[in-house]
Design a protein around this ligand. Structure first.
Ligand SMILES: NC(=O)c1ccc[n+]([C@@H]2O[C@H](COP(=O)([O-])OP(=O)(O)OC[C@H]3O[C@@H](n4cnc5c(N)ncnc54)[C@H](OP(=O)(O)O)[C@@H]3O)[C@@H](O)[C@H]2O)c1
Length: 296
């Protein structure tokens, strides 16, 4: 059994995927804007991910913008049948890299077509609607209008399954009344556990939970206690943080991001790490003491 298969599988939409996947956001230039420093290195990370058994890649056409999707296309097309590419819409980028909400019907239609063109696909398997009432975290407000527009694109056959991102439990409930929701993608990791109750609720409903910033985001998690536990397990702190997420709930699907093949290998090897109950308890206890980067 390869390392990644130890992460087990999950039925995502109608695809069975490995629970350990890859998030492509780090492949664009600094600030998720412009081209990567080293295009060949970015292509190598994508090819290594798939060669290692990754069959779930998370992306968006607003990474770059366009560039990350174009890299995925260049590295991986023609895509293998079992590769699930999940994208998200709802934001756009200014000429200086600034992030703006882009949730009108016209914006969303344009975004779906941009993703199709730049990924080289005829249909998008899963599209997350990224709520933008606040760019930094979930904020209340009705998602009915943009979600209805996305559901229409689904009815036109351009999108197979719909997910939500950066949303509150109230918005998840509202969304589920409008259209079937296959996943929620929110900020969650060892130190940022605001969605604990939501994760359990989604697990019961058979809906995937895909934590973004699983390693802490732009500034990875740092904690003396985490480092001590990792050293005891002969693992790295990032591997322990990922293994903890895999054991937290069976509906959690991981998309750690990296621009480095070495980090990718390290992250994928976390599937082999089994945490005992006492280690999980110790990790649960340090949650409030880990330094985390502000969400961005
Ligand atoms: N829906 C949303 O609003 C939203 C927001 C943010 C992200 N996302 C998605 O979630 C995915 C994951 O988030 P993310 O990439 O921002 O954060 P992340 O996975 O928590 O962490 C990425 C950071 O950790 C570093 N890193 C990765 N592996 C490492 C290792 N083994 N050792 C040390 N450092 C390591 C990376 O740097 P190196 O490149 O140097 O490895 C990068 O700085 C993204 O790729 C994107 O697809 C979604």
């Amino acid at each position: 059994m390869s390392s990644i298969e130890k992460s087990n599988t999950y039925l995502f939409g109608d695809r069975s995927i490995n629970r350990l996947g890859y998030g492509a956001m780090q492949l664009a230039g600094p600030g998720v804007f412009g081209p990567p420093k080293d295009t060949d290195a970015a292509l190598a990370v994508l090819r290594e991910a798939v060669a290692s058994g990754v069959n779930h890649i998370d992306t968006s056409d607003f990474y770059g913008p366009h560039i990350t999707n174009q890299l995925i296309h260049q590295a991986l097309a023609p895509y293998s049948d079992d590769l699930l590419i999940v994208t998200k819409i709802g934001a756009s980028r200014g000429a200086d890299g600034a992030w703006f909400p882009a949730t009108s019907k016209q914006d969303l239609t344009q975004a779906v077509h941009d993703n199709l063109r730049n990924l080289g696909l005829d249909v998008l398997e899963v599209v997350n609607l990224r709520s933008m009432f606040s760019i930094h975290g979930p904020a209340e407000g009705s998602i009915e209008a943009p979600l209805t527009a996305l559901a229409e694109l689904q009815q036109q056959g351009l999108v197979r399954h719909i997910g939500l991102s950066n949303v509150t439990p109230t918005q998840v409930a509202e969304g589920r009344r409008i259209v079937p929701i296959v996943c929620v993608q929110n900020h969650y990791n060892l130190a940022h556990r605001g969605d604990d109750a939501l994760i359990d609720e989604l697990a019961d409903a058979g809906i995937a939970y895909v934590p973004f910033f699983p390693l802490g985001g732009f500034q990875p998690l740092q904690s003396a206690a985490l480092s001590q536990i990792a050293a005891r397990l002969k693992a790295t702190p990032m591997q322990v943080a990922l293994a903890w997420l895999l054991q937290r709930s069976p509906n959690i699907l991981l998309i750690p991001g990296t621009s480095s093949v070495a980090h990718l290998r390290e992250n994928l090897a976390s599937a082999r790490l089994e945490l005992t109950d006492d280690v999980i308890e110790a990790l649960d206890n340090i949650a409030g003491r880990v330094e985390v980067a502000a969400a961005s």
